[in-house]
Design a protein around this ligand. Structure first.
Ligand SMILES: NC(=O)c1ccc[n+]([C@@H]2O[C@H](COP(=O)([O-])OP(=O)(O)OC[C@H]3O[C@@H](n4cnc5c(N)ncnc54)[C@H](OP(=O)(O)O)[C@@H]3O)[C@@H](O)[C@H]2O)c1
Length: 221
């Protein structure tokens, strides 16, 4: 990894945690590709970073739109030829505080489209590019909200949280992470696959107010 430039794709890189990841990894010398579903928002975010970041490029990437994911993979193949790190960061919640007894199937589908199917589609379509790198990583931004252990533990901050669609989709993404990681090992490919929980971060996640989230104990976004 030392001799070849590290090329990193961050989905949902135009704001929130994704934007901070783009900034910090580019400052560390990685060549970062910001995935943004609205190019205009991505451009604005890159302008905002201009003086504080290193090499940052932009690609249109809506993880719920298979054609967009295919195009992004083709663009990366043409421009760079390989990918070293994929950070599946794009995520959203559509059923916050909705009762498990009555949550709509429409909201459950929306939760799964981005947090599970989107993550799987991006991983699968970027895999051929990751295989071209001497060593590669997939890092899935998951959440403690997807842990059944935490949901059943009265001591856990997640115990009282209710967003069954989001939680189920993150749990499913965790299982996909495990299975893909094991497959990479079985095939002796130098690609690690991990999921991480960033903890509570003060962003606009779930149409939230970052300032309020900070008051409630969220880390600065
Ligand atoms: N904040 C927390 O406390 C927390 C805790 C645990 C885990 N997480 C996870 O961390 C990740 C980032 O969350 P965040 O707090 O940074 O959220 P955020 O501030 O709401 O940012 C979400 C990002 O995802 C993008 N996005 C939404 N739908 C998309 C789609 N269909 N395709 C591509 N990008 C899409 C958004 O782009 P637009 O600007 O176009 O909407 C935005 O860039 C998520 O996976 C979330 O589940 C967050």
């Amino acid at each position: 990894m030392n001799t070849v430039e590290v090329i990193t794709l961050v989905t949902g890189g135009n704001r929130g945690m994704g934007l901070e990841i783009v900034k910090e990894l580019s400052q560390k010398g990685q060549h970062v590709i910001m995935g943004s579903r609205q190019l205009e928002n991505g451009r604005r975010a890159i302008e905002q970073l201009a003086t504080t970041s290193g090499k940052v490029d932009l690609v249109q990437l809506d993880v719920t739109d298979p054609a967009s994911v295919t195009r992004a993979a083709q663009t990366i193949a043409t421009k760079y030829g390989y990918l070293t790190i994929l950070i599946n960061n794009a995520g959203a919640v559509f059923d916050h505080r909705q009762s498990a007894a009555t949550v709509t199937s429409e909201n459950l589908h929306l939760d799964f489209e981005i947090n599970y199917f989107g993550l799987v589609d991006v991983s699968q379509k970027m895999l051929p590019l990751l295989k071209k790198s001497p060593q590669a990583k997939i890092i899935n931004i998951s959440s403690m909200m997807g842990s059944k252990t935490a949901a059943l533990d009265p001591q856990s901050s997640v115990y009282k949280a209710v967003a069954v669609g989001y939680q189920s989709a993150k749990a499913a993404a965790n299982m996909y992470t495990v299975q893909l990681a094991k497959e990479m090992l079985r095939e002796k490919l130098p690609i690690t696959v991990n999921a991480i929980d960033p903890g509570m971060v003060a962003t606009e996640f779930g149409s939230g107010d970052p300032e309020l989230a900070k008051k409630n104990g969220g880390h600065a976004g």
